[in-house]
Design a protein around this ligand. Structure first.
Ligand code: 26Q
Length: 859
């Protein structure tokens, strides 16, 4: 049916149908003409702007709202189908969802990216300009938050009923700016002009208690049952904000439900009536602080009360919401765990174990044992770290002050749990102390990882090596007690965002070569393998890489104000700045190369542009110093004419999801150089691979599996493996020995220490250098030479473009395993036991538009 025909229909709607449904109209149509009408309609009737005066932002808003209508059409049908079928639902609980900009992804997943581009073009607008207007919802720190977002995409694409539960931070991760060579943090005001994707549900609201004390009383009816009353000192109201998350090529938009804190109505009134306006306002302000800001990942002891309040706030809202949904379809909560499974994204939401117990026992008067049976069959826990200092724990006094009732519940869980340990391991008191949910060596703490393991039916790591190290090290005692609980789920990333959307040129070539099914069946990329040997294909492949590098060149010019040479190798390390990730090892290579090029201008190495990007936690001194070192080295090299066309260093400011779309496709070399045994998985490594970058990396996290997939010929491996790291540490690691015995390493370190990069100032980097020589926790000194040698092999390979592009094609062809669809299928089959539910897109009928008494009665 063409659009003219449809318009003709809309003049006289078929009988029994409302005027706004039944035809491809401006709310649902996907054709170029329908989209044009929709954008104009939104511009005038939602933005109150005529095209002649509309700004780019207005046009972005208009397009986004037009797209949103199309999501909502699918959403109401999805909600109805889920309700009718009573499907088992996955609840992915995460303090972070680093979803990134939504418009481009929604266009891709709706299948209207090309139509939208054409519609806008016909209106005299440019899609890329509008896409650029979208503020990034930076509701996460890094890998863990982005993983949650990729998993929502795959859950919807695989048509799995799922809800993401999280926090609507008013300010997401800070915006990073560089001033005088240092990181400065700016507030991220992503909600400044509202988000077109968030739908407020003020009637989905829960009151959350905080602080106070508990009281015991027998049931009023005189039964023997002791009831515990939690008398809080503070109440906060949480309301729901929903974001539709549409799957690719399907009609399933799942729900991302984010909670926002407000002052509870009752409290305002009490103070206001008493004439105490200030107090009422202050109470309101203090309530709202709970969801004000995302905590940066400091990896230091989380002492802040507010962080615990945040975690408890969103967990309690989410569990109460699930209970509400369950009571809509069943008379009681006995089958709660059959209808819901909750995945805990790290320990951040693990207070949920105690909260579900509290809700069942205190609020729904259930006995402990059946309540525990439900709770311990509801939760599954994903661990994301091997750094012992990053395992969350809360000082007892603080915990008790914020959550007095939960402390009692955790003690009760602990007593029963330790009884169980005693049965498994009689007489092993040391083990009891190690496993207790309460750390009693020194100042007392609640150990959240132990609570999560004790309260979950499944525990997983995020890469094969990581899971093995969890079982043999971090959670060894727990694995010995419950080996069947543990499994591995290697992370994955969504190819829709990180290939289709980010790399349209490569996607087009792939589709022309192997057909169109690959974005949901990434193993099909294997069909590219034979083309790696086809010189014509490789040339096209190189042409695309150059095109993508040119896009990145433009962006670098815009944000970092430097010109870089697209013919040089783009050697890229983008990720949070952290000592264990060893950005400074990369810098040692840069300085080594610089020195060698100075000493020998004829050195035959590939010209390189070394690009760094990433945020340092604001309180992490050493990470901030590492950024300063990158910029200091970049400046000196930029000013040295001898380095022109040979070596350049760039710090790309404010690395985020939006600019990641340009960075991955524009990269040649992916730096994955953490000390073996420290990076749980990594996911950037997968995004680079899918975009045809080759990896230089250690045997850490998912690098191990990337290398297995691509083969050792197509991966640049260096450094110690985990047993070697362990052995060296046990032997007694003395970093200074390497400095003393390796003259080149010594030259490199001395050059930095001499103040060469800081206009003679020897103090600036002294802490960093001294730390490397005297402590070097992450063993840069030990891996230095192996890294330098490996970089020489990289350079040699890059100088042979045919060889390099062959390796690049094979890397993409063998990246299918790292699709988040594969990861989510494993979770569904092995942990969640859930099946897809197909959503049929039928036209809304007149019946759909009738109110029932029940729905009309809801306020
Ligand atoms: C903790 C306490 C107080 C404030 C903040 C935090 C906090 C916040 C975020 C601690 C950790 C995080 C994030 C951790 C993270 O991103 N981990 C990464 O998870 C990825 C997905 O599994 C892995 O690929 C990475 O290896 C892992 O580092």
């Amino acid at each position: 049916m063409n659009d003219q025909h449809r318009d003709a229909c809309s003049a006289s709607p078929p009988k029994d149908s409302l005027p706004l449904v039944g035809q491809e109209d401006r709310r649902t149509g996907l054709s170029v003409d329908a989209l044009k009408r929709a954008v104009l309609d939104k511009l005038v009737y939602s933005q109150a702007r005529f095209p002649a005066v509309a700004t780019r932002r207005d046009c972005f808003q208009a397009l986004a709202q037009a797209v949103r209508d199309r999501l909502l059409q699918r959403w109401v049908q999805t909600a109805r189908t889920y309700r009718e079928q009573g499907s088992r639902t996955v609840c992915y609980m995460s303090a972070e969802f680093l979803i990134g900009p939504q418009l481009g992804n929604n266009l891709i997943n709706l299948g209207i990216h090309d139509n939208a581009r054409q519609a806008l073009q016909e209106l005299g607008l440019d899609l890329d300009v509008l896409l650029d207007q979208e503020e990034e919802p930076g509701l996460g720190n890094g890998g863990l938050g982005r993983l949650a977002a990729c998993y929502l995409d795959s859950l919807a694409t695989l048509e799995i009923p799922a809800i993401g539960y999280g926090i609507r931070y008013e300010f997401g991760i800070f915006t990073q700016a560089i001033r005088d060579g240092c990181q400065v943090e700016l507030t991220d005001k992503w909600l400044r002009s509202g988000s077109p994707w968030l739908i407020h549900r003020p009637n989905i609201a829960f009151d959350i208690k905080l602080g106070g004390h508990t009281e015991r009383q027998y049931d009023v009816r005189g039964s023997r049952r002791l009831r515990v009353q939690w008398v809080p000192s503070k109440l906060v109201r949480g309301t729901a904000w929903d974001m539709p998350v549409l799957g690719y090529g399907v009609n399933t938009p799942n729900r991302l439900r984010l909670w926002s804190a407000e002052a509870p109505e009752e409290f305002d009134f009490a103070a206001f009536n008493a004439g105490n306006y200030d107090e009422a306002v202050n109470a309101q302000i203090s309530s709202e602080t709970i969801t004000k800001v995302l905590y940066p990942n400091d990896e230091t002891e989380a002492g802040q009360i507010l962080r615990l309040e945040q975690q408890y706030f969103f967990v309690s809202c989410s569990l109460q919401d699930m209970i509400r949904l369950q009571l809509q379809r069943e008379p009681n909560l006995d089958r709660f765990n059959e209808k819901f499974v909750v995945q805990l994204n790290d320990t951040h939401p693990s207070i949920a174990v105690a909260e579900l117990m509290r809700l069942l026992v205190d609020e729904f008067a259930m006995e402990w044992d059946p309540a525990w049976a439900i709770t311990s069959r509801t939760f599954a826990y994903t661990n994301h770290t091997l750094l012992p200092e990053a395992l969350e724990k809360w000082r007892l006094p603080l915990f008790q002050r914020v959550l007095p009732r939960h402390f009692e519940i955790i003690c009760e869980i602990n007593e029963r749990f330790l009884d169980d340990v005693r049965i498994h391991f009689p007489g092993d008191d040391a083990r009891l102390r190690r496993m207790s949910l309460i750390d009693e060596d020194g100042p007392r703490y609640v150990r959240m990882a132990h609570l999560a393991v004790a309260g979950s039916f499944a525990v997983n790591g995020v890469a094969a090596l990581h899971t093995e190290l969890l079982k043999s090290d971090v959670l060894k005692d727990f694995h010995e007690m419950w080996p069947e609980k543990f499994s591995n789920k290697t992370n994955g990333v969504t190819p829709r965002r990180f290939v289709l959307l980010a790399n349209p040129a490569m996607s087009k070539l792939i589709t022309e070569t192997i057909g169109s099914g690959w974005p949901t069946d990434m193993e099909r990329l294997r069909e590219l393998e034979p083309h790696a040997d086809d010189a014509g294909f490789r040339e096209a492949w190189r042409g695309i890489k150059t095109h993508n590098k040119n896009n990145l060149v433009h962006e670098i010019k815009r944000v970092a104000h430097v010109d870089v040479d697209p013919a040089s190798m783009f050697d890229v390390q983008v990720k949070r700045i952290h000592e264990y990730k060893r950005q400074h090892l990369n810098l040692l290579h840069v300085v080594s190369l610089y020195k060698r090029l100075k000493d020998n201008p004829n050195l035959a190495v590939a010209p390189r542009t070394v690009i760094f990007g990433g945020k340092a936690a604001p309180g992490y001194f050493m990470a901030k110093l590492m950024i300063r070192l990158v910029i200091a080295v970049a400046d000196v090299i930029a000013r040295d004419p001898a380095m022109r066309g040979k070596l350049q260093v760039v710090f790309f400011p404010n690395y985020n999801v939006k600019n990641a779309h340009l960075i991955f496709p524009g990269s040649d070399l992916s730096e994955q150089i953490s000390l073996a045994g420290k990076e749980a998985s990594g996911t950037g490594n997968m995004k680079f691979q899918m975009n045809g970058a080759l990896t230089i990396g250690t045997l850490d996290g998912a690098n191990v599996e990337i290398r297995e997939q691509v083969g050792d010929d197509n991966f640049f491996l260096f450094g110690m493996n985990t047993p070697e790291v362990k052995e060296l540490r046990n032997r007694g690691y003395r970093p200074r020995t390497y400095y003393e015995t390796n003259p080149h390493l010594r030259e490199v370190i001395d050059l930095i220490a001499s103040g060469f990069f800081t206009k003679g100032d020897r103090e600036v980097f002294r802490p960093l250098i001294e730390h490397l020589l005297d402590h070097d926790e992450y063993m840069l000194m030990a891996d230095f030479q192996s890294y330098i040698d490996c970089q020489a092999r990289v350079s040699e390979a890059y100088l042979d473009p045919e060889r390099w592009s062959r390796m690049s094609v094979l890397n993409v062809a063998r990246s299918g395993f790292f699709s988040s669809d594969r990861a989510i299928r494993e979770y569904c089959d092995e942990i969640w036991k859930v099946k897809p539910v197909r959503i049929e897109l039928t036209e809304l009928s007149a019946d759909d538009m009738k109110f029932t008494r029940a729905t009309a009665g809801v306020r």
